[in-house]
Design a protein around this ligand. Structure first.
Ligand code: ATP
Ligand code: ZN
Length: 295
């Protein structure tokens, strides 16, 4: 009957019920915890903006968005931004769209360059800020996603996360737009961004993820969308504790090749904060092993 059809529509029109189905099906133990988490996204370009939209639609608690750039018509070969947003800062344009999609997400817009002294200070302060205290969460940021397109900015995210002992994920798309990668970085436990020379990192893939200045790089919305999807999938697995979190996942679009690998920290890393985290990690190993044996 007409009445029954309408009630079915009410259930199906709630986007959250599809996410909660993950819990009913035993994939995720407690999907609702997603509302307690804060994720910082550095670089709201081709990858970062799409990652932000995915997390917003998944019902993340809070997103902190960092970028110094403005939306340009030249960005329209990517997803997410719209032509009428040209001239707006990327972070403000993102907040505009994301708050429309899901008004429950707490959105913070930081229009700044993280590599400047002032920008770095604000970046660090915002990551340390403990004001966001949802029902069971403990405030602060749960994960930082690096979606920038240059080496210097990645090194700055690396510095901040090593100093704060903050887990983060790095992402990149190559200059020729046909390969990319995501990588999990746990200070002291995995290689940091300074531990491994980045050009040697991806054996087997033509992984020139580090764009040269003044070179007009190619870009495809497909590759960027795939990398954003891999990044947010890994983020959901990390936050909601399901499946295996990838330490490194490469994507080669020409061969549909997805290499994975693990990278140990470098005892001779040039980053002092990395060496400190490595020391702590070794010192706390017996306690971690004991806890693991108990569980
Ligand atoms: P293109 O360089 O191809 O024109 P883009 O600059 O938009 O594109 P993307 O790869 O799409 O590059 O996105 C990277 C994003 O990271 C950009 O929006 C850029 O402004 C941002 N970004 C890069 N470095 C920094 C930094 N130091 N601080 C803040 N944001 C940064
Ligand atoms: Zn290191």
């Amino acid at each position: 009957s007409k009445v029954q059809d309408m009630s079915a529509e009410v259930v199906d029109s709630n986007p959250y019920s599809r996410l909660m189905a993950l819990q009913r099906m035993g994939i995720v133990e407690n999907y609702e915890r997603i509302r307690e988490f804060s994720v910082a996204i550095v670089g709201i370009g081709g990858v970062g903006s799409v990652a932000a939209e995915m997390l917003t639609r998944c019902g993340i608690g809070r997103l902190l968005l960092y970028d110094y750039d403005k939306v340009e018509l030249a960005n329209m070969n990517r997803l997410f931004f719209r032509p009428e947003q040209s001239g707006m800062t990327k972070t403000d344009a993102a907040v505009q769209t994301l708050s429309d999609i899901n008004p429950d997400v707490v959105l913070e817009s930081y229009t700044l360059n993280i590599t400047t002294v002032k920008g770095f200070e604000t970046f660090m302060e915002s990551l340390r800020n403990q004001n966001f205290r949802p029902r069971n969460g403990d405030g602060g940021v749960d994960l930082v996603l690096s979606c920038v397109d240059n080496y210097e900015a990645r090194m700055v995210v690396n510095q901040a996360c090593n100093e704060l002992n903050q887990i983060w994920m790095e992402s990149g798309v190559s200059e020729d737009a046909v390969s990319g990668h995501i990588q999990l970085l746990v200070p002291g436990e995995t290689a940091c961004f300074a531990c491994v020379p980045p050009l040697i990192v991806a054996s087997g893939v033509d992984e020139r993820t580090l764009k040269r200045d003044g070179v007009c790089a190619a870009s495809l919305p497909t590759t960027m969308g795939v990398v954003a999807g891999l990044l947010v999938q890994n983020t959901l697995k990390f936050l909601l504790k399901f499946g295996q979190v990838s330490p490194y996942l490469g994507y080669n679009a020409l061969k549909d090749y997805f290499p994975t690998m693990e990278m140990k920290p470098n005892l001779q890393c040039s980053n002092a904060a990395c060496l400190e985290r490595q020391k702590e990690y070794i010192l706390t190993k017996p306690a971690r092993d004991a806890a693991a044996a108990k569980a």
